[in-house]
Design a protein around this ligand. Sequence first.
Ligand code: MN
Length: 327
Amino acid sequence: MIKPINESVVNVFKEKKTFLIMAHQKPDGDAVGSAVALGLGLKQIGKNVDYWMDSKIEKRISFFPEVSNFNQNQYAGQYDAYVFVDCSSYDYAYKPNTSMDNGIKIVIDHHLTNIGYGDVNHIENTSACAELIYRLLVQLGASHENQIAEAVYTGISTDTGGFQYSSMTSDTFDILKELYAYPNRFALLADRLHRTKSYNETKLYGKAIDALTLYADNRLAWIVMDHKTIERFGGMVNVGDDVANIGIGIEGSVIAATVKEHRHGEYKISLRSAEPYPVDVSHIADLHGGGGHQRAAGFNYSGNLDDLKKELVDFLLEKKAEIDACE
Ligand SMILES: [Mn+2]
């Protein structure tokens, strides 16, 4: 049984004709997968669709034929609706500078830090935004051709570390069960999404392991990747999830912080918290203007790194009793 999503959201999709689809900056597998699945599904039921997407998309998630339709702006100036997928805040959206006041804003997201910045919103704690998109398409009566199935699979698979995180639910598996009914090449996709790395990515992964340091009685795993190192190995837009997860793979570590200096003195911070500790890293990200989930969150930072490290160490020390109780 596939769960329905808010009727008010479904009705807007039924009523409106022309849509602009957007997602967060530096789109990940869920952002691209959600956008592609939604766009293709809407087209199937006769809607006009444009995409406004950050073009810095990693190669492993840009294989969808539909990606070639990103940023074509066929219907510029005519949008009835502006749809934000997988985007926890309006500020973090990759969006045009022009006004969106002529249309209705729709937000579909699975980040609970999302305040609901749309005129209509569906925000629900699912494993991936792609789950919500799939459910919406079921309600809209779109059929799930292969590219949609692959896009939904990509969103869920990348946001759950290959179906492993605690965010997986029986509802997620209900959707996967339906996806597997289509002719698929999910094994090939899994390889592409989770295993295959370029030479540079592999070297960067090694540099990240080298840079790993432990603090707070080994509860904090701390990795700083400086600008020079990132540039040297390709300057990739998104240092992958596998790098962000190195730290929580260390026995006993509770929080992993990966600091990526994407420009001199400007950092992207990825936080992870390990099972089963009662630590919610989205609260920390929230304090710094970012967002995310209990086990994975992120934010931009341009302050002193020692201050940030101290903040995390203090946070862990405050929670020491609760953390130790999990052993
Ligand atoms: Mn997501």
